[in-house]
Design a protein around this ligand. Structure first.
Ligand SMILES: Nc1nc2c(ncn2[C@@H]2O[C@H](COP(=O)(O)OP(=O)(O)OP(=O)(O)O)[C@@H](O)[C@H]2O)c(=O)[nH]1
Length: 244
């Protein structure tokens, strides 16, 4: 597939405590590799991958954020413009499980409500688990989020996580488009106010109640805030892998 044929781009942020496997997950998904070494992420970086879902070509930009609190101030600026989020913890790290709600709040404080999923990683170490299956399920139920068990090491369920988020996003995109179609007045209003390809620094969000919120400010660091189709436009991203 040629770059200019890509229609939809989704920014996904992967958050969670340090060493739960965020970088490993993104590397596994985008590069198909797994390394045993732990190199803590300093700040943020991202990788991308294109997939086809429901006959749509989708470019996923996966933003890997540092789990260590010392980097919070840097990383939260990068949440902006995200359309989906992976909340990750490790089955052998109790603190990381208990931190999930706070990660959710941090992301929502920056971007409002977006599609999210809870991921319990390192399921290959289930014999040493510090979280009971019922606890994880109860958390997912409470937060009303889909829950996945993954092993990045064994390549279990990693593809499924990102496919699910993509499907959720496409659903939302299609329902937004239907709404615009039904209500042309509101639709044109939306197009005027939400033109992220025309002004890549702008970033607007639609909430469940139908209101729009402009989160744009000068401190926004958003490389690809596009939540709309980009047919016929050359994508801003030309590199497969960038370090920031
Ligand atoms: N056994 C096992 N180890 C894993 C798995 N995923 C990641 N790891 C290991 O866990 C360690 C931490 O992984 P990272 O991907 O660096 O963790 P991170 O969440 O990005 O950490 P920060 O950059 O500090 O936020 C590394 O040694 C990985 O090899 C897994 O599914 N199973």
């Amino acid at each position: 597939m040629r770059e200019e044929e890509v229609e939809i781009a989704i920014k996904v942020v992967v958050v969670g405590n340090g060493a739960v496997g965020k970088s490993s997950m993104i590397q596994r998904y985008c590069k198909g590799i797994f390394t045993k070494d732990y190199k803590k992420t300093i700040g943020v970086d991202f990788l991308e991958r294109q997939i086809e879902v429901n006959n749509e070509e989708v470019r996923l930009m996966l933003w890997d954020t540092a789990g260590q609190e010392e980097f919070d101030a840097i990383t939260k600026a990068y949440y902006r413009g995200a359309q989906a989020c992976v909340l990750a913890f490790s089955v052998v790290d109790r603190d990381s499980f208990e931190a999930i709600e706070s990660w959710k709040r941090k992301v929502e404080a920056e971007v409002g409500e977006i599609s999210m999923v809870i991921v319990q990683n390192k399921i290959d170490m289930i014999d040493e688990a510090l979280i009971q299956p019922e606890e994880a399920e109860a958390l997912a139920k409470k937060l009303r989020l889909r829950f996945y068990n993954t092993s990045v090491k064994e390549n279990i369920n990693v593809d499924e996580v990102f496919r699910y988020l993509t499907e959720k996003y496409l659903e939302k995109l299609n329902s937004d488009e239907e709404e615009e179609h039904i209500s042309p007045q509101i639709g044109s209003d939306l197009i005027n106010s939400e033109s992220p390809h025309l002004n890549p620094k702008e970033n607007h969000y639609r909430h469940k109640n139908g209101k729009h919120r402009n989160k744009n400010d000068d401190s926004t660091i958003t490389l690809q805030p596009n939540k709309r189709r980009t047919k016929g436009r050359k994508n801003m991203f030309t590199s497969r892998c960038s370090l920031l």
